[in-house]
Design a protein around this ligand. Structure first.
Ligand code: ATP
Ligand code: MG
Length: 438
């Protein structure tokens, strides 16, 4: 009897599959990151994707975009715990560092990569599941660490060959300086309450700093005249900031001072920074971070300073595509095995396993769909060609009977071929590898 066709189940809106060949490009990118992190002595940390909701509420601050409206939170059906899919990973790293007493023998340099979840309106460069790579240096208070993290990100852009990325810096000062500035801001905006929009009014007493971030053109004149944080920042903070910029200058890193840069989260103090491009539309921030000397204590640890950044992988990747950076990972096989007759498969598979053991990427022909048999020699060779492989290993009947196979070049135009002994695969494997590039 004919069954009705089942309805398709689709992916969740804003959560995307990453398919080949894009996935190979991402693997290549991740390889670069691992190598670079090792050169700066940052070590990998992996924390769970699900955390207690309280971690983010306390860590990021109650009146932030993320906590107010972007978190995927749910109650555990079995024990009623309040849980959240991580919207970012700094809070999780800090929790793990505190929980495992990682700072007992000094500061730690850590990095992570992985998926984050935010319930936002999906658009270019903004997804509900996206990926971040982040670097965090915990337990260090010196300005040289702030600079080190910025140099690290900058080195990545250079190695990837990315251009037109601006670095913007600001200093937020310390909590007492911010408290004084905050009081002045509230007094100032109260005086101009008639021009504030709904969002600004709501934030006036909870997070007035965020009003400075507003894109509402009607409020710009009032925002421009608001008390400036830099007039409240004390000498120690200015000295800290000065050393950060001196290190950047010494290394020829361009930067600009952006007094409006406050970042979305509550936990920052002193140095904050963003790497921005104008080539990605309105989602132009590819990496952002800063110092968060009070977060560790907030999460219940012994007070210790820290600084870090997070980059949006999708945005960096889109910029790579936009600027047509070549060299994205390629995972084509080196060799494609043509097996005309199914009875050869067991013996052929032994040869292919030996080749793979010697580092050769081998794809064996397998007929697609429900067709019977292995398919004609001609159709198999067509597949071999389409696979991108440089060589075909052909298990022809005559050769097979002699204990050999043919290795045929697919790319030299003449189709040169050699006969090789099946028993000696490890000896001729190296001829299938591409010439070493040194
Ligand atoms: P934005 O202002 O664009 O919303 P944000 O301040 O919320 O960014 P952070 O929390 O600082 O972003 O996250 C660090 C980086 O992660 C961002 O600079 C961006 O590159 C990336 N990112 C943030 N949210 C998303 C998202 N929804 N989709 C893709 N990338 C994102
Ligand atoms: Mg955001």
């Amino acid at each position: 009897m004919l069954q009705p066709k089942k309805e398709k189940i689709t992916s969740v809106k804003g959560m995307n599959d990453i398919l080949p060949p894009t996935s190979a490009g991402l693997e290549w990118f991740e390889e670069k990151i691992r190598d670079l992190m090792a050169r700066y002595a940052y070590r990998n940390i992996r924390t769970p994707i699900v955390e207690h909701t309280a971690l983010f509420v306390r860590g990021l601050g109650e009146v932030t975009d993320i906590v107010e409206k972007e978190m995927y939170s749910f109650e555990d059906r079995l024990n009623g715990e309040h849980l959240t899919l991580r919207p970012e990973n700094t809070a999780g790293v800090v929790r793990a560092v505190v929980e495992n007493s990682l700072l007992h023998d000094g500061g730690k340099r850590l990095y992570y990569m992985g998926p984050m979840f935010r319930h936002e309106r999906p658009q270019r460069g903004r997804y509900r599941q996206f990926h971040q790579i982040g670097a965090e240096a915990l337990g260090f208070s010196g300005a040289e660490i702030d600079a080190e993290l910025i140099l690290l990100a900058n080195a990545l852009w250079k190695e990837l060959g990315l251009k037109n990325i601006r670095l913007e810096l600001n200093t937020l000062g310390q909590p007492p300086e911010r408290t004084a500035h905050r009081a002045a801001l509230i007094a100032y905006f109260e005086k101009h309450a008639d021009v504030l929009d709904e969002d600004a009014k709501r934030r006036l007493h909870s997070n007035p700093l965020r009003i400075l971030d507003s894109k509402n053109p009607l409020m710009q004149p009032v925002i421009d005249g608001a008390p400036r944080l830099r007039d409240y920042v004390d000498d120690e903070s200015l000295k800290h900031f000065d050393l950060v910029t001196k290190i950047l200058d010494a290394n020829g890193v361009d930067w600009s001072f952006n007094p409006r840069l406050v970042r979305g989260l509550d936990y920052y103090n002193r140095t904050v920074f963003e790497f921005v491009t104008s080539e990605l539309g309105s989602q132009g921030t590819i990496c952002g971070g800063g110092r968060y000397d009070y977060l560790i204590e907030e999460i219940g640890g012994k007070p210790a300073p820290a600084v870090g950044w997070a980059m949006g992988v999708e945005r960096v990747f889109e910029l790579l595509n936009e600027q047509q950076v070549l060299g994205l990972g390629r995972h084509e096989p080196h060799a494609y095995a043509v097996v005309p007759d199914a009875h050869m498969i067991p013996a052929a598979s032994v040869v292919l396993e030996q080749l793979r053991g010697s580092g050769v990427r081998v794809q064996m022909h397998s007929p697609s769909g429900a067709s019977e048999g292995m398919g004609s020699m001609k159709s198999q060779l067509r597949r071999a060609d389409a696979s991108g492989a440089h060589s075909a290993i052909i298990f022809g009947a005559d050769e097979f009977a002699r204990g050999t196979c043919l290795v045929k070049s697919l790319r030299d135009g003449e189709g040169a071929q050699r006969e090789e002994r099946l028993a000696d695969a490890t000896l001729w494997a190296e001829h299938l590898l591409p010439p070493a590039t040194s």
